[in-house]
Structures are given as structure tokens and as C-alpha cells.
Design a protein around this ligand. Structure first.
Ligand SMILES: Nc1nc2c(c(=O)[nH]1)N[C@H]1C(S)=C(S)[C@@H](COP(=O)(O)O)O[C@H]1N2
Ligand SMILES: [Mo]
Length: 339
């Protein structure tokens, strides 16, 4: 792994040597090929510069828990409303070594995200509250985590690419954070933006054709739902960097990409905001993107999934409507329930 250490000055290399025309053509080319697909490999031109970090990689996938992450209230008491009785908890190492986080790595092996997080410093970080609110403001995310009442919820997790896990998240309901933001009653959507730190995130440098930073959005009624959760930790500890430190969303009835990691901005609005994957491939990644076995992805079935109990134990299981959360969120989607 020592070969990951490079002298300073290599950063931004690809951006510098690629002329804008080639650059934008490649971007259009990728779009055309449908390579917006989450986790697909890119053409050789995109691989010219493989991900690198300045600092040596962490020793293992759990050594990425930031030393200065708040630990007040950990481990938090479990909220037993959200049990997942039909399957095992995913092994903790698997949940923190099989990841999707394009800001660090946008192609290739999902198990190679954590080694690329050494330059990333999630604390301190600020969350900006904007748009249709009583008054725009910023808060320190570390202070927010310390101030909120934390609970643990065991949730199903389903990626659009049909792998799944069961994860014990620590955090608080998204509704509690929205209440702090004091949105106007006329706001009907909330938009989330992830941090944009190319110096700390090699995936941003190496896949510069994406529209960084990552951006997502929910309808207000979805965001205020009981299940929508802000995760600050998992398995009783603060979030490892690759799992979205300092805070990320856990929206278990939606495909994983609807849950942005490392959130630094929330903006309230009265029309539907654009979202990252929907902009790249609208036919493959809808705004709602609820887990639904009856709505296949154009290129694969969504009726079953590969459940990752641990990295050696991955089995096919059926996918449930709204990932098993129909009792909580079914009323939000009358059209999907009818089929
Ligand atoms: N900012 C940001 N958030 C993101 C992503 C990303 O690339 N960037 N990937 C999404 C996708 S596709 C999935 S499946 C989950 C993966 O979360 P995990 O690695 O903690 O399992 O994060 C989601 N949130
Ligand atoms: Mo995903």
C-alpha cells in the first residue's frame, strides 16, 4: 500500500492535461453510453489517473472513524419499532468495507473505498440552512451531533444495483433536524448537498466530469416521515469516513443513492430540485426511487437482491415493497401501492 503515497503536486493532473473540448466530449460520451450507471466501469480514457491519497491508507475499514468525532450518548438505546426480524445484521466489517462513495472512488472495486479516505477530515464541518426558511444560518455539525438525542435503529439497506445489507444506524429523525431549520410552511421540497473537497477526496479529482458536489432531494412529506433518519454513527460508534461521516441520510424505503453522505447543505424550496443520478440518467434513476420489486430497472430486475450478511455470505433474497416499510410510507405513494 506504500505505493499510494505520492509527492505533493500530482493533484489535479488529469484536469490540467485534458483540454476542455476532450473533457466535455468525454462527459457527453459517458452520458450517451449510459455510463451514469452507479458502479459501472468507465472507458480507458477515464482511468488515466487512478485514485491516490497523500497520506498512507488507514490500517483497516474501522480505523477511518475520525478520532475527533463526538461520542456523547454512545452507544445509543435501540428504538425497537424498527426491527428487521427476517434476516441477520450485516457484519460490521462488511458494512464498512463494501461501499459506494463516488467522491472517493467512482469505478472498480467497491471494497477499495476506505483505503482512499486518509486525507478526508470530516470534523469540523458546517451545515448551511438555506432557501425557504425563517432565517438562513449555519451550524457546526459536531455540535449538532452532541446536542441531539441519539437512538439506534436497525434498518434494511438496498442499493439500486441490487445488493443489500442490514445496518444498525445511530442518529436522530430527519424531522428533528428540519424543525431546527424552521422552514416556511410553503416549502414543499428539501434539497441536500454533500461536501465538495477535491483535495481530500480523490474520486472528485479523478472523475471530474460528474457534477460535483453530489446533490439529492426529497418531498417535504417524505422528509418528515418517521422513517427518514439522519445517521451520525453505526454499530454503536461514530460513522467511519467511507460510510458518510460526519452525517448522512438513511432512507431505507428508497434506493441507497437517495441518501446523500457528508451533508453540508439543506435548502428548502417549493419546486422539485434536480438530483445527481436523475440528471445523469433520468430513465434509470427516477426522482422518487422507492424500493419496488414491481418496477424493474431498465437493465436488471428489482424483484430480488444479493443480501450481504458478510463478505463470504452473500445470498439472493426477494425484495419487499418499499423495502419492508410499506406500513410507514405506503400512504405517501398511492400510485405505487396500486401498482
Ligand atoms: N455524497 C454521496 N452520497 C452517496 C453516494 C455517493 O457516491 N456520494 N452513493 C450512494 C449510494 S449509490 C449508496 S448505495 C449509498 C452507499 O452507502 P454505504 O457505502 O454506507 O453502504 O450511499 C449513497 N450516498
Ligand atoms: Mo447504490
Amino acid at each position: 500500500m506504500a505505493n499510494l503515497i505520492l509527492p505533493p503536486g500530482w493533484q489535479g493532473k488529469e484536469r490540467d492535461v485534458t483540454d476542455p473540448a476532450t473533457y466535455w466530449n468525454r462527459r457527453a460520451f459517458l452520458k450517451q453510453l449510459g455510463l451514469g450507471a452507479i458502479g459501472l466501469s468507465l472507458p480507458a480514457t477515464a482511468l488515466a489517473c487512478s485514485p491516490r491519497t497523500a497520506l498512507p491508507p488507514p490500517d483497516g475499514p474501522l480505523d477511518t472513524i475520525p478520532a475527533n468525532a463526538p461520542r456523547t450518548g454512545l452507544p445509543a438505546a435501540r428504538n425497537t419499532t424498527f426491527a428487521v426480524p427476517e434476516r441477520a445484521l450485516t457484519d460490521r466489517i462488511a458494512a464498512s468495507s463494501y461501499n459506494n462513495f463516488y467522491e472517493f472512488k467512482s469505478q472498480g472495486d467497491l471494497k477499495e473505498v476506505w483505503p482512499l479516505t486518509s486525507d478526508y477530515k470530516p470534523f469540523p464541518m458546517e451545515l448551511s440552512v438555506k432557501g425557504m426558511v425563517e432565517k438562513p444560518f449555519k451550524m457546526d455539525i459536531g455540535e449538532l451531533i452532541t446536542e441531539m438525542d441519539l437512538e439506534e435503529r436497525i434498518y434494511r439497506f438496498r442499493c439500486v444495483e441490487a445488493w443489500s445489507m442490514t445496518v444498525p444506524w445511530t442518529g436522530f429523525p430527519l424531522r428533528k433536524l428540519i424543525e431546527r431549520c424552521k422552514p416556511l410552511s410553503t416549502a414543499t421540497y428539501v434539497r441536500f448537498v454533500s461536501t465538495n473537497r477535491p483535495k481530500e477526496m480523490p474520486g472528485i479529482r479523478n472523475a471530474s466530469w460528474y457534477e460535483w458536489p453530489y446533490y439529492e432531494a426529497l418531498r417535504m412529506d417524505e422528509a418528515m416521515n418517521e422513517v427518514a433518519f439522519v445517521a451520525t454513527g453505526m454499530y454503536g460508534e461514530p460513522l467511519p469516513k467511507q460510510n458518510g461521516s460526519p452525517i448522512r441520510l438513511a432512507l431505507p424505503w428508497k434506493y441507497g443513492y437517495k441518501g446523500p453522505k457528508a451533508i453540508v447543505e439543506m435548502a428548502f424550496m417549493d419546486r422539485q430540485p434536480p438530483t445527481f443520478w436523475n440528471d445523469l440518467q433520468p430513465l434509470e434513476y427516477s426522482f422518487l426511487s422507492n424500493v419496488n420489486p414491481n418496477i424493474p430497472h431498465p437493465r436488471w430486475t428489482q424483484a430480488s437482491e444479493r443480501f450481504i450478511a458478510d463478505l463470504e455470505d452473500i445470498r439472493r433474497i426477494p425484495t419487499q415493497l418499499f423495502n419492508g416499510y410499506a406500513d410507514f410510507v405506503g400512504d405517501l405513494y398511492p400510485n405505487e401501492v396500486k401498482g
